[in-house]
Design a protein around this ligand. Structure first.
Ligand code: ASP
Length: 328
């Protein structure tokens, strides 16, 4: 008997972080679940119609970037100098082609620029003004940098500046909170890693991964995180898995976290979940790395581990009801 083909599958995340249950209102909880649900439904439909994993992750991240609830695209966090610098990457598991941009502040949808690097240049990673000129030349939508700003993110930066580097110190003393839009999110926005990402398996058995971020509040200008680095925050290979990470980028870079999961599967024969759990629960915490990731393999297995209190996440198989969650 031939094994039945796995159902096409999309999984998404909207960042991991520290939970602040006392700030959760039923309305906010509902808003996050509704946003995740509608994005899953759109990507699920694309897969049901025979669309590719690459198109499904691109669509999901497009929608996540446009949603101000998440720190990517509009609603991105501020650097120390009160500017925005966005990073994004995409990878096609069938061909191992990849594209990424880093430190862009005028491209409305950084993930589209990353995909253009993959499909329309001979490079993998373009940064800063060079990446912006490339995107503009190709006719991608450009915006003024203040398009990405929101009052809630400005308030977050103000608090971060007053506590120096509180945003990276998740075990440090709690910040004094002020009532603002950011405070009412289910995950404490000052301790949430706000990257968004998607992984998918399509009807042809192909995998893809995409990740996009505003980075971390109060980051130094010029800092690049794990998101646009192939193998660190984003990776896809049909033979193993598609992975999109969120968390303290520097640790994900030093552990080459996304690729490490694929290597544990390829060389060690581990299952997707065993490999992902090892990296998120053992390897990263051992060096202070906090966050989580979403991962899918070509057999349709799914793993969504995180070592923080919560991670905005969801998944949908074709023909099944989308599932979303924030906390454990
Ligand atoms: N990993 C991202 C970075 O370091 C941050 C995040 O996940 O929110 O830029």
């Amino acid at each position: 008997m031939t094994p039945s083909k796995p159902l096409p599958l999309i999984a998404i995340h909207g960042g991991a972080g520290t939970m602040s249950r006392n700030h959760i209102s039923a309305e906010q909880d509902t808003a996050y679940h509704a946003a995740l649900q509608s994005i899953l439904l759109a990507a699920q439909q694309l897969l049901a119609d025979g669309g590719s994993a690459l198109d499904a992750v691109s669509l999901a991240v497009d929608l996540l970037e446009d949603c101000p609830l998440f720190n990517a695209g509009h609603g991105s966090v501020f650097t120390h100098d009160e500017t925005h610098e966005l990073d994004a990457a995409v990878m096609d598991g069938a061909t191992l082609r990849a594209g990424a941009v880093a430190c862009v502040s005028r491209v409305r949808r950084p993930l589209r620029a990353a995909r253009a690097v993959m499909e329309r240049s001979e490079h993998v990673l373009l940064v800063g003004p060079g990446a912006e000129a490339f995107a503009e030349r190709l006719g991608l939508e450009m915006v003024s940098p203040d398009y990405f700003s929101t009052d809630a993110r400005r308030e977050q930066l103000r608090r971060a500046l007053s506590t120096d580097k509180a945003l990276l110190d998740h075990d440090g003393a709690a910040l004094v909170f002020h009532q603002s839009a950011a405070d009412t999110a289910p995950l404490d926005e000052d301790r949430k890693f706000g990257t968004v990402g998607a992984v998918a398996l399509d009807a042809h058995g192909n995998l893809a991964a995409a990740t996009s971020t505003g980075g971390m509040t109060n980051k130094q200008v010029g800092r690049v995180g794990d998101t646009p680095l192939i193998g660190a925050g984003t990776y896809a290979d049909n033979r193993t898995a598609a992975i999109s990470c969120t968390g303290t980028g520097e640790m994900f870079m030093r552990t080459v976290a996304a690729y490490d999961i694929c290597a544990r599967m390829a060389y060690g024969g581990l299952s997707l979940d065993a490999a992902a759990q090892q990296v998120v629960m053992d390897v990263l915490p051992a060096m202070g790395g906090r966050g989580g990731l979403i991962a899918v393999d070509a057999q349709g297995n799914l793993s969504l581990p995180f070592n923080t209190e919560g991670m905005y996440r969801g998944h949908a198989r074709v023909g099944e009801v989308p599932q979303t969650a924030i906390f454990r």
